[in-house]
Design a protein around this ligand. Structure first.
Ligand code: CA
Length: 226
């Protein structure tokens, strides 16, 4: 899961980054509202946004309004220093999905984020289940037909993307962004290598390669009706 963190307080931003990275999240950070709006209207793949309201450049409300006007439906968790009811009402009208008032516990931020991601997938439970696989984002546990499977952080992230959107075709570029974000150096075949490992650890037909297009995890076994 790739998260865009928009926060201009350096120490808060680095604390949130560390906390989310220590889970399985890919985190990209921007400290400026104008850059945030550009990223959100540029077609960058993010699973969720954590958005501070008081920002240089455009403020958080302007970023949110701009992104929604542009058609972005990415789930947005707003951070606000002010426990002002007016801000919350305005934010909800503008299209925020949830709120967190500073100061907050990191554990609460993580829980809200999980809930946000779960709702955006239209699921009652955050546990993902598909084709004999079970993935729990809260515990980072993965099992196949009841057997626990050990995955690396990247493999977990990739599998979570596929299981969140069975049947969706991902390009290699999109997967690279979702797993690595902006600032990490990536070998051009990194995604192929992870997909190869997932197939080996789970089962060969788990993820299909669509040559020249990308990858897809089918909802059901090929040849079996849904
Ligand atoms: Ca701020």
């Amino acid at each position: 899961m790739r998260i865009l963190l928009v926060e201009d307080d350096p120490s808060l931003a680095s604390g949130i980054r560390l906390a989310l990275k220590s889970e399985h999240y890919t985190v990209d950070h921007l400290a400026d509202g104008t850059a945030a709006l550009a990223a959100l209207t540029d077609g960058e793949p993010f699973n969720a946004v954590i958005l501070d309201l008081g920002l240089p450049g455009l403020d958080g409300m302007q970023v949110l309004a701009g992104a929604r006007r542009h058609g972005s439906r990415v789930p947005v968790l707003v951070l606000t220093a002010r426990d002002a009811i007016d801000d919350r009402i305005a934010g909800l009208d503008t299209g925020a999905d949830d709120y967190l008032v500073k100061p907050f516990e990191v554990a609460e931020l993580k829980a809200r984020l999980r809930a946000l991601l779960r709702r955006s997938r239209g699921q009652a439970s955050s546990v993902l289940e598909c084709r004999g696989l079970r993935l729990d984002p809260a515990t980072r546990g993965v099992s196949y037909r009841g057997e626990p499977i050990a995955l690396s952080r990247r493999e977990f992230t990739l599998l979570e993307e596929f299981m969140s959107h069975p049947g969706r075709v991902f390009t290699r570029d999109t997967l690279t962004r979702l797993v690595y974000g902006w600032d990490e150096d990536v070998e051009s075949n990194a995604i192929e290598v992870h997909v190869h490992h997932l197939r080996r650890k789970l089962f060969p037909g788990l993820i299909r390669t669509l040559r020249g297009i990308g990858y897809v995890m089918d909802k059901t076994e090929p040849g079996v009706d849904a």
